[in-house]
Design a protein. Structure first.
Lengths: 293, 357
């Protein structure tokens, strides 16, 4: 999704820290799920280090130097979420489930089933959006050009993040720490009453698939279609569009950690002034006003 | 205009109640006037302008309920009733010290219920403060039926006829002298009388410190007066603000993640020997903790990481991101246990701690 400035303010600077963790998790889950017998602990550890290093470099590049060319970066992001997170992480809980249940010959089948669910939901989301936009289907054909033109500025070659903006819900201010803290005790319940902590996989696998399907249909499918249509536009006009918030994000980046050495065009950030400060009249001005009256 | 009409209506209606209730109504309407004046003096729509960005003001009023419980003695503070509404200004010369003390002093430690009530509602110190909060109690307690019932019940107890009389669902009149010798002492027991408490509710932004430094704006004099009045109202009334406790902080979430496992590991590691003494096997506790808390830490970190990455990095709505992060955390915890890494961590801890002493 094209990065808007509000979301960037929330945690864009933390990307070099988050991405190694997420990357390592993705790789390790994938290996643990399907290939646990074939790989030893030392190999997992070294692969985790490699994945973390890759994540660090990619995170630093994206947070400090990427030009935020709208469609390419957003497509890579979305692709990483779908493939890396949904397929590799949540999908590899299914082989764990089959192995726990004693049917390890069904490992690959379970994994492919999950991939099928993911693909179908993504395509479903895209199809729904295509019907809305009128691309090759739907009532008003060809309306998608007008819809995209609303968010695209051809002269300046900018695309606004509102192209993929989701309507904000009331739960946006929900605090995650409490939910995470409570929910992570579910495996403890499994350990106490369910015959081992690993049996939490029986809960995590179907819930993960359901969450994936909902996520794809509602949140990831439609923007994917819009980004592909943007790419189509780009091929037609010949040049690439850039994120309209680019200047603001550059300004934000200048306040990041170690920005001075990692950024291309660095200058000291200007302090933000949010509220207008009322001018306080000086004593002479007040006296003059009183004298006039 | 409508507001003055409502005030007039209240005063008309109040003429048919007892004088104390009329007094309480009067004070309540004065409080309402003060609130309206405050609200109209400042541009108070929180969305529109930033003309008073540094002004700390209440955006709305919280109505909450508190219950009054207690045992009180009965008495009749006649002098206060005769003089009428209490004023802050001292009475003119000629009145002795005892009258002034009686009018303007506060009730003693063993003052009766009605005296406490009247001091609370119409006392000079807290006219604006506690009126609303005790208004319902006042209305309930000194309404005509209730005071008649209290008087009749008192007579019955004093004559020895009854030992406990129920006035209404919240009040019971009983004889506190259980020894059987001497005069009966009637006392009033109040249980669960609901009082409405009006307290100012500050919006979320009023108490937060801005990250870009403090913004200041000159406050007009009248705004300061109003703020001071309402501030004293907030201070003297029972304002239970939202405590910034374990609700949404990182420590709260972390405590919820790690503490249950720690409790269970502790429970498992405490055992009794043959004489019944308690013996804490701390080595076992550490090994168990290494197994379980490593999974917890990994789940918590990964859950937070995924959620933060989805929100900020991809540009994503927050609500499903929390759930997805939670599921990722659970999946990682399950995988940690499944792959045997938690047992390996336990064996590492066991090797580090050496052989059993």
């Amino acid at each position: 999704m094209i990065l808007p400035i509000e979301n960037a303010r929330k945690g864009f600077g933390k990307a070099p820290l988050l991405l190694p963790l997420v990357n390592a998790m993705v790789l390790v889950m994938f290996l643990c799920g399907l290939f646990l017998n074939a790989i030893t602990g030392e190999m997992i550890f070294s692969l985790m280090c490699v994945a973390s290093a890759i994540g660090l470099f990619v995170g630093v590049f994206d947070a400090y130097r990427s030009k935020l060319l709208g469609s390419a970066r957003a497509l890579i992001c979305l692709g990483y979420v779908i493939v890396g997170f949904e397929i590799m992480t949540l999908g590899s809980v299914w082989p764990m489930v089959t192995t726990l249940a004693g049917r390890s010959d069904l490992k690959l089948v379970a994994f492919l089933m999950h991939i099928l669910c993911v693909l179908l939901s993504v395509l479903g989301g895209m199809y729904q959006e295509a019907r809305c936009l009128g691309w090759r289907t739907g009532i008003v054909k060809g309306w998608w050009r007008g819809e995209l033109n609303r968010h695209v500025n051809y002269d300046k070659r900018l695309v606004s993040p509102t192209l993929t903006k989701q309507p904000s819900s009331r739960l946006d201010s929900a605090k995650p720490y409490l939910i995470l803290g409570l929910g992570l005790n579910i495996p403890l319940l499994f350990e106490l009453y369910g015959g081992g902590r690993a049996n939490a996989a029986y809960l995590a696998a179907p819930v993960g698939t359901i969450a994936t399907i909902y996520l794809n249909v509602r949140y990831l499918g439609p923007p994917l279609l819009r980004l592909l249509l943007l790419r189509k536009l780009e091929k037609e006009v010949g040049y690439r569009f850039q994120n309209a918030d680019y200047e603001q994000i550059q300004e934000l980046r200048r306040s990041f950690f170690l920005a001075r050495w990692l950024m291309k065009d660095y200058r000291p950030p200007t302090p933000r002034v949010e509220a207008e400060v009322l001018p306080v009249p000086s004593r002479q001005a007040i006296k003059k006003r009183k004298r006039r009256r | 205009m409508i507001r003055t009409f409502v005030i007039l209506l209240e005063q008309i209606m109040s003429s048919s109640c007892s004088p104390l209730q009329a007094e309480a109504n009067c004070q309540a309407s004065r409080l309402q006037q003060a609130i309206w004046q405050h609200q109209s003096a400042l541009p108070l729509s929180s969305r529109s302008d930033g003309r008073f960005p540094g002004l700390c003001r209440a955006e709305s009023w919280d109505l909450s309920y508190q219950t009054l419980d207690g045992d009180f003695a009965l008495d009749e503070p006649l002098a206060r009733k005769l003089v009428g509404s209490a004023h802050a200004n001292a009475p003119s010369g000629g009145i002795g010290y005892w009258m002034k003390e009686y009018l303007l002093g506060s009730p003693g430690a063993d003052a009766g219920f009605r005296e406490q009530m009247m001091a609370a509602t119409v006392g000079p110190g807290n006219t604006l403060g506690n009126v609303n909060s005790l208004r319902m109690a006042g209305n309930a307690a000194v309404g005509q039926n209730v005071s008649n019932a209290i008087q009749a019940g008192t007579r019955r107890i004093l004559s020895g006829e009854a030992s406990a009389i129920r006035i209404n669902e919240h009040m019971t009149l009983y004889n506190a002298n259980k020894s059987g010798k001497g005069l009966p002492r009637p006392r009033l027991r109040i249980t669960g009388l609901r009082m409405q408490v009006v307290s100012p509710a500050f919006g979320e932004n009023a108490l937060r410190v801005s990250r870009n430094g403090s913004m200041s704006a000159p406050m007009r004099k009248i705004a300061i007066e109003q703020t001071r009045k309402i501030g004293s109202l907030a201070a003297s009334s029972h304002w239970s603000g939202k405590p910034a406790s374990l609700n949404n902080t990182f420590k709260g979430g972390a405590a919820l993640t790690f503490l249950p496992s720690a409790g269970i590991d502790l429970y498992n590691s405490i055992n009794r020997d043959m004489q019944g003494n308690i013996h804490w096997d701390h080595r076992r506790f550490l090994i168990d903790s290494a197994k379980s808390q490593s999974g917890n830490a990994l789940g918590f970190g990964v859950g937070l990481g995924v959620e933060a990455a989805l929100v900020a990095f991809v540009g994503f709505a927050a609500a499903p991101a929390i759930i997805v992060g939670l599921i990722a955390g659970i999946a990682v915890q399950a995988a940690w246990g499944y792959s045997g890494m938690s047992d390996k961590t336990g064996s590492i801890a066991e090797q580090a701690l050496g052989t059993h002493p």
